[in-house]
Design a protein around this ligand. Structure first.
Ligand code: ADP
Length: 487
């Protein structure tokens, strides 16, 4: 089976969030199951800088109609490290050779519609030019969600028309909504700017086009698949998603243990395992030193996040004074909205011996926090899957989460009953309120003061298997069902 994984970010090339981890890992897991999977993504500047001379120019060039322009796409290629997975890049310096992927901290690039219309059409054209037509185009998020529609319209005469499409929603809040006039960039017939197409309250919504036209849809947890059919989490698309409920599947993300495992992680000061966690103390000390915090035995709380409203950071801001009055330390790592940069920088200055605010993107520090922290906070308002809680489980940083989406599907709240059964692996709360978060942290700290119970809880999480193999099997089954249906 031939699968083209269409994405705008993938580890190790370009990353702003969890999609990159997923896109770097699924193809490897599919390949291990003998699927002929390939990856295609834009040749962003960070990719160019990383790959330098390791990338091959296929020599393939073609023009792509985008509105009234016909920019040229060049196709470059490489292979995913440690895996026999071909990777193609769509290069166009005007669109992709920029400082960031989608925009700067002050806002999105104004021509994002044009950039990703170009990318989506170029992907379909690239498969023809490469003479490698996939059975399944596995698309991801709004940036690639016109691909299913192009297959059924502008390229319906070409070989890819036989292909089927899957669109995976990683975060429904990001839909690629642009002015009505932007629709002309797509090259699609006017009939597609309609209520059962890309039109969304008078604007152009790229994701909606994919949700309507992809042969099958998935999202990254079962709970989120249900939540997005409701007005609270559907971001205005709950109607479209409910109509397609029979085609909407929830497949939980996994984690790549070749990158995220404290037993082998080269980015942390000492390695450790569930049976011997002694190295974790060295990691905690290193993290305390990094954050300028006293080398005490106070429980250390970690948080790594895009600084966006979704992540429940307002709850943290609200309880910060009460939290800092407790015997705890807190290390935060994140970038995103300017308002959170300012807020956390200010709190860092206010509590220099208790709170370390690292306003940056730093992969090594992310590993260091997972390894050094005793608890990990994720009080998200919504969370399609969430990866950090899964890393935290493996690294023995006990997750404290809000019960939503993938967090609800992966974290079993610590109660006398779940402790008794040996299923507890963290702490969760339901109500989106600062009080509920604080009460839950206090509950966790109380257990922390009973080392025997704490170690038991921590070990349960460290020993769980959240690897990609489980999810890869589910994706393969979905592809097979899709192809069987198509035939
Ligand atoms: P989302 O996809 O919503 O951003 P996830 O929890 O699914 O959230 O994935 C986030 C990923 O991005 C994790 O791998 C996390 O470690 C990483 N990450 C987020 N912010 C930073 C940062 N500032 N520095 C390093 N890694 C980060």
């Amino acid at each position: 089976m031939r699968v083209l994984f269409v994405t705008t970010e993938a580890v190790p090339y370009a990353k702003t969030g969890g999609l990159a981890d997923v896109a770097g890992a699924i193809p490897k897991a599919l390949r291990r199951r003998h699927c002929d999977v390939r990856l295609i993504l834009p040749y962003f500047r960070p990719v160019r800088e990383k790959l330098a001379d390791q990338v091959l120019d296929t020599g393939i060039r073609f023009t792509v109609p985008v509105g009234s322009h016909t920019p040229t796409a060049a196709i470059l290629s490489t292979t995913l490290p440690d895996a026999d997975v071909p990777v193609y890049f769509v290069a166009n310096a005007d669109y992709f050779d920029r400082e960031d992927l989608y925009g700067t901290p002050t806002g999105d690039y104004p021509d994002n519609c044009e950039r990703f219309v170009f990318f989506s059409r170029a992907v379909v054209q690239a498969t023809l030019a490469l003479d490698w037509v996939p059975d399944v185009f596995h698309c991801n998020d709004w940036q690639t969600s016109l691909v299913p529609l192009y297959l059924k319209t502008l390229y319906a005469h070409a070989a890819p028309a036989r292909s089927r499409s899957l669109l995976t929603i990683h975060n429904l809040a990001y839909q690629g909504v642009f002015a009505a006039e932007a629709f002309a960039l797509t090259g699609l017939g006017k009939e597609h700017f309609a209520i059962d197409g890309l039109e969304f309250y008078g604007k152009t919504n790229l994701l909606k086009g994919g949700l309507v036209h992809a042969d099958v849809l998935s999202t990254v947890s079962s709970s989120y698949a249900k939540e997005i059919q409701t007005a609270e989490f559907g971001c205005g698309l709950e109607g479209v998603l409910s109509e397609r409920a029979a085609d909407l599947h929830g497949i939980l993300n996994g984690i790549d243990y070749s990158v995220w495992d404290p037993a082998t992680d080269p980015l942390i000061p000492a390695n450790y395992t569930p049976a011997d966690t002694s190295g974790k103390l060295a990691c905690k000390r290193a993290l305390q030193k990094h954050g300028g915090l006293p080398l005490s035995d106070a429980p250390l709380i970690g948080l790594i996040s895009r600084l966006a409203d979704q992540k429940g950071l307002d709850l943290i801001a609200d309880i910060m004074d009460e939290l800092m009055a407790l015997d705890v330390q807190f290390v935060l790592l994140g970038t995103g909205d300017e308002k959170y940069h300012k807020l956390f920088a200010k709190l860092g200055a206010q509590y220099p011996t208790k709170f370390s605010a690292n306003i940056m993107f730093d992969n090594a520090l992310a590993h260091g926090i997972e390894a050094g922290a005793d608890l990990f906070l994720m009080p998200s308002h919504y969370e399609p899957c969430g990866l950090n809680q899964l890393y935290s489980l493996r690294y023995g940083a006990v997750p404290v989460v809000r019960k939503t989406g993938g967090l609800a599907d992966t974290i079993t709240n610590c109660t006398p009953s779940s402790m008794g059964k040996g299923t507890a692996n963290g702490f969760s709360f339901q109500s989106y309120s600062p009080r509920a978060l604080l009460v839950t942290i206090v509950r966790a700290l109380k257990l922390y003061s009973h080392p025997r119970h704490w170690q038991r809880l921590r070990r349960t999480g460290m020993e769980q298997d959240w690897s990609w193999d489980r999810s890869a099997g589910a994706y393969l089954a979905l592809y097979a069902a899709l192809l069987a249906r198509g035939a």
